[in-house]
Ligand binder design. Structure first.
Ligand SMILES: *Cc1c(COP(=O)(O)O)cnc(C)c1O
Length: 219
């Protein structure tokens, strides 16, 4: 038995309460339901309950799962993107949240030109400067965003971060919001199962929630 759709309804209610608690409209916050590594049995009830925005961390897995079911859905790539998958990613996703280096910016820009299709783009910031994590470091973020705009003609609409697992997330969310504000970016993808209410308090416009919606992932 999967825990959905009760868990799904519960997450939606918690999002709404967290938004209202800081004077925001619940509709200001988009739930990106992270379906990576979930069995279809866990996903189907959530889809049937009306969820239309899903996040996946691997291009190939996402296409295998959603390619014939993508109608009416909004699909977010939330995992690292290799340049050799850029073509598929541009063709398939509605939002790519992991733009984090110039080589990728260049290849994405070329594919956008070639395909005449442009997903919305987020720049991933490695707020904790963790070596194992993707994302531009905070000190390089302004220059990278500027390069995306002027050198590559890309118009990122927001920022994304994954705070270190062993630190309070609040300061990382605050930092991401600061970087967005000074760069004129209005979307903030931050908050996961363990901290999405905190993220909403700090201004998240979308939260990426997997296990709290679908249950623990397959190993
Ligand atoms: C897996 C993943 C999530 C969801 O994590 P949960 O803790 O299951 O909510 C969110 N964001 C990214 C980038 C992920 O890889």
């Amino acid at each position: 038995m999967s825990i959905a759709p009760d868990a799904y309804a519960d997450v939606l209610a918690r999002i709404a309460r967290a938004a209202q608690a800081v004077g925001r409209a619940p509709t200001d916050v988009t739930l990106v339901a992270v379906s990576k590594q979930q069995p279809w049995d866990a996903i189907e009830p959530v889809l049937e309950a009306g969820q239309r925005v899903f996040g996946e961390n691997r291009v190939q897995d996402a296409m295998a799962r959603w390619e014939n079911r993508a109608d009416g859905l909004t699909l977010h790539l939330i995992g690292p993107l290799q340049t050799n998958k850029a073509k598929e990613a541009i063709a398939f996703f509605d939002v790519v949240e992991t733009l984090d280096r110039e080589k990728l910016a260049r290849v994405l820009a070329e594919e956008i030109q070639r395909q005449g299709r442009s997903p919305r783009l987020y720049v991933q910031v490695n707020t904790g400067e963790e070596p194992q994590k993707a994302g531009v470091i905070p000190a390089d973020a302004d220059a990278f965003i500027a390069a995306c705009r002027t050198t590559y003609g890309l118009q990122p609409e927001g920022l994304m971060c994954i705070p270190p697992a062993d630190e309070p997330a609040g300061p990382h969310f605050a930092l991401l919001r600061q970087i967005a504000a000074r760069n004129g970016l209005h979307k903030l993808s931050m908050g996961m199962s363990g901290d999405f209410e905190t993220a909403i308090r700090f201004g998240a416009t979308s939260v990426r929630v997997g296990s709290a919606v679908f249950g623990a992932r397959d190993a």
